[in-house]
Design a binder for this molecule. Sequence first.
Ligand SMILES: Nc1ncnc2c1ncn2[C@@H]1O[C@H](COP(=O)(O)OP(=O)(O)OP(=O)(O)O)[C@@H](O)[C@H]1O
Ligand SMILES: [Mg+2]
Length: 411
Amino acid sequence: MAAIDMKNIVKKYGDGFPAVNDISIDVADGEFMILVGPSGCGKSTLLRMIVGLEDITSGDMMIGDKRVNDLAPRDRNLAMVFQNYALYPHLTVYENIAFPLRLAKAPDDEIDKKVRAASKTLELDEHLDRKPGNLSGGQRQRVAMGRAIVREADAFLFDEPLSNLDAKLRGQMRTEISRLQKRLGITTVYVTHDQTEAMTLGDRVAVLKRGILQQLATPRELYENPGNLFVAGFIGSPPMNFLPATVEGTSVKLPFGTVEIPAEKAAKAEGKGLLMAGIRPEYFEDASVKTDPGNGSTFRATVDVVEWLGNETYAYIPFEAPPEVEEQLRQLERDLDGESLHTQLVVSLDGASRIKEGEEAEIWVDGSKIHLFDPATGENLTVDRDNAGRILEHATEQAAAQEAEQDAATS
Ligand SMILES: Nc1ncnc2c1ncn2[C@@H]1O[C@H](COP(=O)(O)OP(=O)(O)OP(=O)(O)O)[C@@H](O)[C@H]1O
Ligand SMILES: [Mg+2]
């Protein structure tokens, strides 16, 4: 096993396209690291550079204490599990797992020992004589992992391994991968564009946008302290609400009314003019259900759609936004790959709520959980830096330069 340290990694493709730009990520020994971001942000490129399937334009790729930039894939001792597991249909499960050892001409008794140990860990003992075609998706995935285990690779690398599966199986496999990774304690880098997989699997998550690392933090840090609008909009489902806001003293003026926020937050946003407030759906509640209002504020608003799910209720409240906020929201929507951020507030209320469509309702909101973003730079002005991992600095300048360079390469 080994740590993987990516230092200032750059990838420019032959046509000059900068797919990965100056990314530094340190994956600790035994850590489960997620690379996440919308399509085309450079996740697969970065993973392929770790494995050695793609040349590195500049930067240092360290595995353990060795610089591997110039090592062939087979000399890096990493195991990659692809989207389609590429099992051999005519070989038994046993032989599929044994395959890399047979290639390496290992002696039979050693092969048998390793295959049986892997199969025990993966709970495949009763399937060893079967063919992959007769297995479930989850069992096939385990066979593919078995093959990686017997190689005693230093790390596992996954590129969207679950994207072909239906939602239910994906959920099961997610748990299974998580359990296995913990049991084996093997360094893992996992690529996905699914924020749920990122949140549930990762020890830490690297959020990428257009080849640039936006934030590197634990799932909780990303969720509670997103460094910018992009990360805030990407992590969480339904997504965070973004509303036009102005701050006066400790009050934030929103389209629906005024909400009190903690003084230290207000101080960071004081005198900055029109801002963007970010509030997650669950930080709202039906005021009539909320027994202890605590430090929250309430406002009245007309709900146009209600979705009752039993355990919770989603209510939709449309609002008007000034043009500069509208434009920023449209840009964010493009960056996030189409996740629709209408100018409507989505609030998640208790299932006991009796709020009806078309009704004016009293809504409670936890002001202490509000984030305030600079609409020009997207920067989170109220972020708690001690609990936000590593945040990209000078995001706007870097993004503008990157966008120009990418456009130049593709035009
Ligand atoms: N061989 C290539 N030549 C030129 N550009 C490429 C090449 N391969 C990928 N790219 C570009 O590099 C960028 C990153 O591609 P990559 O495959 O790493 O994205 P990704 O984040 O894995 O996306 P997805 O979620 O769609 O798999 C893309 O914009 C893509 O167009
Ligand atoms: Mg990809």
